[in-house]
Design a protein around this ligand. Structure first.
Ligand code: ADP
Length: 444
């Protein structure tokens, strides 16, 4: 029977003491008072010994409290152990859930493309994901527990950390001593802890710089013709200025040159922008390279005006798959360069052939050649070896940039071989899957 307000321990204890007391009282008339008292004392001592033994076992267990080694008790001890068993099982389960959540959090942290680093209240590193290790050039096996300012000594970062104003991220250039650019953002949380988020923006920065340079270059390229044109317009419209017919013709000729220069530049800019706005050529087809090369040779002869010898050869068995319009414009750029950078009497050869299964379109000239140090930069927009020669011959500085772009869209590469003073060969090398060997098909 359960008495309200009494728990099992008290109830059991009272029941045992009461039973012993009753037994002693019953024994009193037969065995006498002394034996009854001895019996009572022995009973109480047994109860005390029972609890002492259980307590000792419990204390022993507490030194290494594992669920499997929990002692087995009786009575109130049994109930206590059962409750304890339930508690431990609950704790184990929540530990397991917590460990799984932590593992998931870590896995997410590892997979994040951004760097995440946790700092304690003394700005020492508690945890960092691999991206953060990479961004900040740290190694958690070695640097965990280190003060962040011992490792990241950039004065801008130290200033940012100490400012306690983290509303804006910090842009850190040369954070690792290289050309990389990082943004860092601190977020405060918990007990004066900080989350340091890092993002590598080197590529975006480079793209921004290129865009700025490009706009500056285009403006610069347009400035001269516009200035010249407006100067002539002013001169021609000045009624007080008496101009002879010859002078007027000369001015109009110069104006026309500048207008054409602007037109070529704008056409090349539009070509570049069209190339950038679509991922692949939209008129891919099997190209009849022979007739294309014949047209290019004809174009070269016209451009040369008889000042150069133009020859060509075409492997009749090799066909090329690609965007016919853009490839024609890229090849035509190479041919026009060969003419423009070859002095009178020079020789130009246009070739289409197979090389180890790859298709190679090349334009060889016996022109002025290019010094080795310039070669890697020739396909940059507006890069010219000799500014005045390029402009005099109607160059925009964008021709090879367009060629490179077109070839990249065809998974092809541009090979440049040149000897200063002797001539150059520009070759577009197409992967085997873009080249069809008709001879092989015929034989089969
Ligand atoms: P440009 O309009 O100035 O010719 P390109 O992009 O076509 O611009 O070429 C970049 C530069 O590469 C040229 O200014 C020139 O200095 C050099 N170059 C290109 N083709 C040749 C060539 N066949 N021989 C010598 N130099 C060349």
């Amino acid at each position: 029977m359960e008495v309200p307000g009494l728990n099992a321990a008290w109830a059991g204890f009272i029941a045992m003491v009461a039973s012993i007391a009753v037994a002693a009282l019953v024994a009193w008339p037969f065995a006498g008072a002394e034996w009854a008292l001895v019996f009572l004392a022995a009973g109480l001592a047994t109860i005390a010994a029972y609890h002492a033994r259980n307590l000792a076992a419990f204390l022993r267990w507490l030194k290494e409290p594992r669920r499997e080694s929990l002692p087995i008790g009786t009575g109130a001890w049994e109930e206590a152990y059962t409750t304890l068993h339930g508690l431990i099982r609950g704790r184990d389960e929540s530990e397991r859930t917590l460990a799984a959540a932590l593992a998931r959090f870590r896995a997410a942290g590892q997979a994040l493309p951004d760097g995440v680093l946790i700092l304690n209240s003394d700005s020492q590193i508690e945890w960092a994901n691999p991206t953060s290790e990479l961004h900040l050039d740290i190694d958690m096996r070695r640097d965990a527990g280190q003060g962040i300012t011992n490792l990241l000594r950039h004065p801008d970062f130290i200033g940012y950390l100490e400012s306690n104003d983290y509303r804006e991220p910090l842009v850190l250039r040369r954070a690792r001593g290289d050309a990389s650019v990082l943004t860092l953002r601190i977020i405060e949380f918990g007990d004066e802890q900080k989350l340091l988020l890092t993002r590598d923006i080197t590529v975006q920065e480079k793209a921004d710089t290129m865009r700025r340079d490009f706009v500056a270059n285009v403006s610069h390229e347009l400035k001269t013709p516009v200035t010249v044109l407006s100067g002539f317009v002013e001169t021609l419209s000045n009624e007080g200025m008496q101009l002879s017919d010859a002078q007027r013709r000369k001015f109009l000729g110069l104006m026309s040159d500048q207008a054409h220069r602007m037109q070529r530049l704008i056409e090349d800019l539009l070509t570049l922008s069209a190339l950038e706005s679509s991922a692949r050529p939209d008129d891919e087809q099997n190209i009849d390279v022979r007739s294309l090369v014949e047209k290019l040779a004809e174009e070269a002869r016209m451009l040369s005006g008889g000042r150069h010898k133009v020859g060509f050869s075409v492997d009749p068995d090799a066909r090329l798959t690609g965007g016919v319009q853009e490839l024609a414009s890229a090849f035509s750029n190479l041919v026009s360069n060969a003419i423009r950078y070859s002095p009178e009497g020079g020789e130009i050869r246009i070739d289409w052939r197979l090389r180890d299964g790859q298709g190679v379109f090349s334009v060889e000239d016996s022109g002025i050649g290019i010094e080795r140090r310039h070669i890697a930069r020739l396909t940059e927009r507006f890069y010219r070896v000799d500014n005045s020669r390029s402009r005099e011959t109607g160059g925009t500085g964008l021709g090879l940039a367009i060629v490179k772009h077109v070839l990249t869209r065809h998974q092809a590469s541009l090979e440049i071989r040149s000897e200063f003073g002797r001539g150059s060969t520009f070759s577009a090398v197409f992967p085997a899957r873009r080249v069809e060997k008709i001879g092989a098909a015929r034989a089969a």
